[in-house]
Design a protein around this ligand. Structure first.
Ligand code: ATP
Length: 210
């Protein structure tokens, strides 16, 4: 029986200087990483890594299928919506799944970081502080906006009601707690021009550290 296992302790890997980017929903993580990417910086996205580890043919998908049966697949791929429903209010199943996937996602992130050839790399993750992913970064940048801005930007982008948006907001780490863990904070409550000015300074700073 194949069981997916984590294999790559970071200490044994050659990762570049890595800046972690995190923030709450619609805080502007993608907007921020798009800026760094435009400067030639390699972006490693934890959300993408989390999909890679359960691609068809990967051992983790076989483990999930063994536990939940073939109906967890949709045309051979993981039915993520069904899986979300299963773990939504079942803490044991959530724990099992996180125990399986988090080490694999971490390995995938490390693998991608080791291939980064830019002066420094950026790891972007909405769950940086809720998982051990923060251990993979040399410096943590938090994208910060007031809740009112998160609400209005999420509602505008995703056509969600205020009630739906608040449910997501309330399930995430509190703003002050996140900001308290940051090495650097970028305020994204103003214009894109203002954001880019702040990011330009941070980019120069990261180049000097890398
Ligand atoms: P998620 O948590 O959902 O992945 P995110 O943190 O990656 O979101 P973005 O997608 O970058 O956030 O931004 C959320 C929305 O807010 C997008 O529609 C984006 O275009 C918009 N936005 C981001 N920054 C600004 C800004 N400074 N001014 C106006 N709109 C902005």
């Amino acid at each position: 029986m194949t069981t997916a296992r984590s294999q790559q302790p970071r200490a044994q890997q050659k990762c570049p200087f890595t800046v972690g980017v995190t923030g709450g929903i619609a805080s502007g993580k993608t907007t921020v990483t798009d800026f760094f990417a435009s400067k030639g910086i390699r972006i490693v996205d934890a959300d993408i890594a989390s999909r890679v580890v359960v691609e068809p043919g990967k051992p983790a998908l076989a483990d999930i299928e063994r536990r939940y049966g073939p109906e967890i697949l949709l045309d051979g791929s993981l039915d993520r919506r069904k899986l979300r429903t299963i773990i939504f209010d079942d803490a044991d199943e959530r724990k099992w799944l996180e125990g399986l996937l988090h080490p694999l996602i971490r390995d995938q992130i490390i693998l991608e970081l080791t291939h980064a050839e830019s002066s420094y790399a950026v790891l972007v993750s909405p769950l940086m502080l809720e998982t051990s992913q923060h251990e993979l970064v040399d410096r943590l940048l938090v994208v910060d906006v007031p809740e009112s801005v998160q609400l209005s930007r999420t509602m505008a982008r995703d056509q969600m009601t205020e009630e739906q948006t608040r449910l997501i907001l309330n399930s995430q780490m509190e703003r002050q707690q996140r900001v308290g863990r940051a090495d650097d904070i970028v305020d994204n409550s103003g214009s894109l021009t203002r954001l880019h000015r702040s990011l330009d300074k941070l980019h120069q700073f990261y180049l000097s550290l890398a």
